[in-house]
Design a protein around this ligand. Structure first.
Ligand code: CLF
Ligand code: SF4
Length: 295
């Protein structure tokens, strides 16, 4: 296991040179493509209002859903629009492990483009069961969104999970989700993946809890930490967005345990291009998919 951790550290160094979300070096230089193949979610975050439209720029939003068998063709087209793409990511619009679509898409893309980094973002509920399979289909970088590691704080951010066929709420839900996320991080990192933890910073809820999250994530084997300011909506629409001081304090607290990534661009689930520099999602997906609108 120690060997695997060491090789994960070496792989993390390589990834930081090529992946725009895993290192300052690669940021502004390389691009990522998101394949919006994952429609469903197995938890309900209180701030999440998944939507299908072409206007908003935030996680969870996409212009439509792609079928996994369209993945390779989409990567080909994206590379012709933006040859600087080094990463193919799947980040929604639902959870990437709630259905098999992401694994199927990665399997096909890895076969056709083995040199591109495959990147998955998940809420982590099913990561312990699927980490091995992800590594098998070429996934090298995994992001787990951990918004609290205390069940009483977590229930203020997540209203329920659906786990083993049951809908679970309250502190019991918080305990299960945290245990699964940390176990998933441990398993993925032991298998050689580079793991980033994302936290949505919710003022008055988890802003004093960031150091605890970073400590637990680091102990579980995570390599990088990214703090994303809340976009107030859905059940948390009454909470104000965190200000720069709060974000700065949170980043300092996180940095006591993990390297903090500071350049996140709040990407949509169908983003394509160099984050913050170029965006080709309209050219890529615009004419091809239906526009849904919900929420
Ligand atoms: Fe996509 Fe996320 Fe992979 Fe990057 S985004 S799945 S790790 S390839 Fe990057 Fe966008 Fe921030 Fe995410 S800037 S929202 S951190
Ligand atoms: Fe929304 Fe993602 Fe939370 Fe699911 S895990 S409810 S898609 S933010």
């Amino acid at each position: 296991m120690a060997m695997a951790r060491k090789s994960a550290q070496e792989s993390a160094r390589k990834v930081s040179q090529l992946h725009p979300c895993f290192g300052a070096e690669a940021h502004n230089k390389f691009g990522r493509l998101h394949l919006p193949v994952s429609p469903a979610c197995n938890i309900q975050c209180r701030f999440c209002n998944r939507a299908f439209n072409k206007e908003e720029v935030r996680p969870g939003v996409t212009a439509g859903i792609l079928h996994p068998n369209q993945a390779v063709e989409t990567v080909k087209k994206a590379l012709s629009l933006c040859p600087d793409i080094t990463v193919v990511g799947i980040a929604g619009p639902g959870d990437t492990l709630a259905t098999n679509s992401a694994v199927e898409a990665f399997r096909a893309v890895h076969k056709a483009y083995p040199h591109l980094i495959k990147c998955l973002s998940t809420n982590g509920l099913l990561l312990p069961d699927r980490a091995e399979e992800l590594l098998e289909v070429g996934v090298k970088t995994i992001t787990v969104t951990v918004n609290a590691v205390d069940p009483y704080i977590l229930e203020k951010v997540v209203s329920y999970i659906v786990f083993e066929g049951k809908r679970i709420t309250g502190p019991e839900m918080g305990g299960i989700l945290t245990a699964r996320q940390l176990e998933g991080i441990r398993r993925a990192s032991d298998l050689g993946a580079t793991v980033k933890v994302n936290t949505v910073l919710v003022p008055g809820v988890n802003d004093e809890h960031i150091e605890d999250i970073a400590r637990a994530a680091s102990e579980a084997g995570a390599h990088i930490y990214n703090i994303i300011p809340l976009i107030p909506q859905h059940e948390l629409s009454h909470i104000e967005e965190p200000d720069c001081d709060m974000l700065q304090r949170a980043r300092e607290a996180g940095a006591r345990h993990l390297e903090v990534f500071q350049h996140c661009k709040h990407c949509r689930a169908d983003a394509c291009g160099i984050p913050g520099i170029s965006e080709f999602s309209r050219e890529l997906y615009g004419g091809q998919m239906e526009t849904f609108s919900h929420g």
